[in-house]
Design a binder for this molecule. Sequence first.
Ligand SMILES: [Zn+2]
Length: 485
Amino acid sequence: MKDKYEAVIGLEVHAQLKTKTKMFCGCKNEFTNEPNIHVCPVCLGMPGSLPVINKKAVELAVKAALALNCKIHKKSIFARKHYFYPDLPKNYQITQYEEPFATDGYLIIEKKDGTKKKIRIKRIHMEEDAGKNIHEEHFSKVDLNRAGVPLIEIVSEPDISDPEEARLYMQKLRDILVWIGVTDGNLEEGSLRCDANVSIRPKGSKELGTKVEIKNLNSFRFIEKALRYEINRQIEAVKKGEKIIQETRLYDSQKDITKSMRTKEEAEDYRYFPDPDLPPLIIEDEWLEEIKASLGELPDEFKERVIKEYKIKEYDADILSRDKTLAYFFEEAAKSYKGEAQRVSNIILSDLLGILKEEKIELKDVPFPASYIGELLNLVDENIISLRVAKEEVLPEMVKTGKSPKVIVEEKGLKQISDTSEIEKIIKESFKNNPKAVKQYKIGDERKKQKAVQFFIGQVMKATKGKANPKLARDLIIKLLEEEN
Ligand SMILES: [Zn+2]
């Protein structure tokens, strides 16, 4: 980072909560391209309409805060934040300001080199989303389907030191929130949005520089790229003796630059005050305990446990722990397999996911239970089929039909050939067709001998369409080659 300067980054992440209805009214909370179909007097800001708190939204918000190690405050206050913009029909947004429901959390990111870093979370508050303005050439349109959708805003401390850490923080945050079912985490649809505050300072300095806010970071890649650009921009400006001004900048992903949008409003411009229509939010201890109990295992806990319990590689555990469906699919499969669980992880991560990607099927829609993966590998261990047949013939058929591996092996006649005389016949036939290789074995050194054996294994597999028991075939080939001499 141009060695003399360091960056100080804090992220503000908005996550849409996965509720059926909006934060303060009964309108559907659903992403749709048809504008203004989920609206009512409350979210349209009609005079006389009154908000009612969505209990499910509070529950999900508390769940998120617990998973992020926050302190939950028994009492919090909803406030009005005023600004005038067409996407905000009430002319104020209901949010939490001085008394948010959760503070003082953290999450741990793991960098490429394996080092871990704790990023503190300053606060989480609940609020409602605004609508969406769609700007066209000569006019603008507004869609209020999103107005009043429940959000949490997660504000980190400025503990992030470079663009990579920012991306890792965002990814980890998404993984956790999706895992516990709080949000669907879809960045493109805007259900997870990120703004970054970034400043630079001389390396080692304790003072904070003037911060710039960057908006519109709607992909993990953009977060990293936009910050990289902005940090360089600030360093170049300071080197030229310019002053950094406090402002909001927009990331233009096409040009890969940030550009000034507006100078930053001061907090008092919003004229925050407690919303007189809403009582203080009280989270009773009993309810909090219930939510805690419903939280279940978190990704990091899962990861640690499977490494210990199933002795799989940390790399695999890391991938599994990023997706709850995948994680528990693996565990179900591993439970039904008699051998080493690492093999289950291998076949799921490299073979099954590959097939699913090709067939454009999501794991949750796979038509067979995870235990079939265990059964499939059991068939390999019992020498009923070879691993190659398992991966290339049976597994794709399982994805297609949902049938059990046993049934598929039976129906397609994939059973391994373990009949000695039958394999011998095939070997002798291939000796006759390949006298050169037989000779190579006879006169060659150890390396040449091995090569000849490999060659005949290949021949036998080809002749049997991979169904010959590979160990038996190998033993017989060596025995018969020796006899030829
Ligand atoms: Zn409504």
